[in-house]
Design a protein around this ligand. Structure first.
Ligand code: IMP
Ligand code: MG
Length: 175
């Protein structure tokens, strides 16, 4: 068994796009704190870069754990909160930071949970979007890159917990 990697989005292209997203987000939001709610673990690299591309002084960082995939490449359809937030989001401007939106099942579930906490606003930013795979429609305010229906790793994304440290986003084929 051998894994093959092909660069789909280079580290340079990612950096450029993340800077653009940061500027757009900064311009869209009123003054005051933006609560970035990052979904563990895949979005940790994107969060680190995006948060630094938003130039206001008040950017709050929070983490949530959601599990939907296990070790497979396809969704189990089961979504569960593995780590909840420890702050109250009521009246806050909340921006969910996701690595990739595939079926949309995870985000649909998460958005419904967060909406119940009465944030002033709730939006989603995702680095990658695989629109062809959508089962559960979800409104995404900011998208880094739309990509074809291929399994990707790197820049935080994993396959069975490996490859998160790759600087580029690569298509993984296992044979
Ligand atoms: P969804 O519920 O199908 O939209 O799945 C979203 C989650 O599945 C993401 O947060 C990722 O953790 C994982 N995922 C979906 N596609 C990929 C991929 O191509 N590579 C790595 N993880 C993926
Ligand atoms: Mg994952």
């Amino acid at each position: 068994m051998s894994d093959q990697l092909r660069v789909l989005v280079s580290a340079e292209a990612i950096q450029q796009r993340v800077q653009e997203l940061g500027k757009e987000i900064d311009a869209d939001y009123p003054d005051g704190p933006i609560y970035l709610v990052a979904i563990l673990k895949g979005s940790f690299v994107f969060l680190a870069d995006l948060s630094r591309a938003i130039k206001r002084h008040s950017v709050r960082i929070e983490f949530m754990g959601i599990s939907s995939y296990g070790k497979n490449k396809t969704s189990s359809g089961q979504v569960r909160v593995t780590k909840d937030l420890d702050v109250n989001l009521e009246g806050r401007n909340v921006l969910v930071v996701e690595d990739i939106i595939d079926s949309g099942v995870t985000l649909t579930y998460l958005a419904s949970i967060l909406q119940q906490r009465k944030p002033a606003s709730l939006r989603i930013v995702t680095l990658l979007d695989k629109p062809e795979r959508r089962i559960s429609p979800v409104e995404i305010k900011y998208v880094g890159f739309k990509i074809p229906d291929e399994f990707v790793v790197g820049y935080g994304l994993d396959y069975a917990e490996d490859y998160r440290n790759l600087p580029d986003i690569c298509v993984l084929s296992t044979s």
